[in-house]
Design a protein around this ligand. Structure first.
Ligand SMILES: [Zn+2]
Length: 126
């Protein structure tokens, strides 16, 4: 799969309004505490999040992931697990970010935004 994302498991592909939606998930044993890195964690729910992935041709790609919230047996914090392929505060993946940076070397912000079907502000932000 051409997602540029390792350590997650592919679940399914769906097509929605011309977009490709990949659902991925993290294995239970890969969950760890965002505060101390401990693997001794207990699931305490999740939040479904979507991230921009690398487009396939001209088709935008979204990556859907249930980001688990876990309670840590070692440091006793309850937090969302870290995300390996994206900044937790952002709605796009690192591969998407790198692609935008590459395109920006030869295209204007407006052209990059139009090409990737994202807002001008997203490109500017990257
Ligand atoms: Zn911890």
């Amino acid at each position: 799969m051409r997602l540029g994302i390792r350590g997650y498991h592919y679940v399914k592909t769906a097509y929605e309004d011309g977009q490709v939606i990949f659902t991925i998930r993290q294995k239970r044993e890969d969950l760890r505490c965002a505060a101390c890195g401990s693997g001794r964690v207990i699931r305490r729910g999740f939040e479904v999040r979507r991230f921009r992935g690398l487009p396939i041709g001209s088709r935008p790609v979204q990556i859907v992931l249930e980001v688990a919230r876990v309670g840590c047996a070692d440091c006793h914090t309850v937090r969302q697990v870290p995300i390996d392929f994206a900044d937790p505060r952002r709605s796009y993946s690192h591969p998407f970010e790198r692609y935008v940076l590459e395109l920006s070397q030869c295209m204007t912000i407006q052209d990059v935004a139009a090409h990737l079907h994202v807002g001008w502000d997203v490109v500017k932000d990257i």
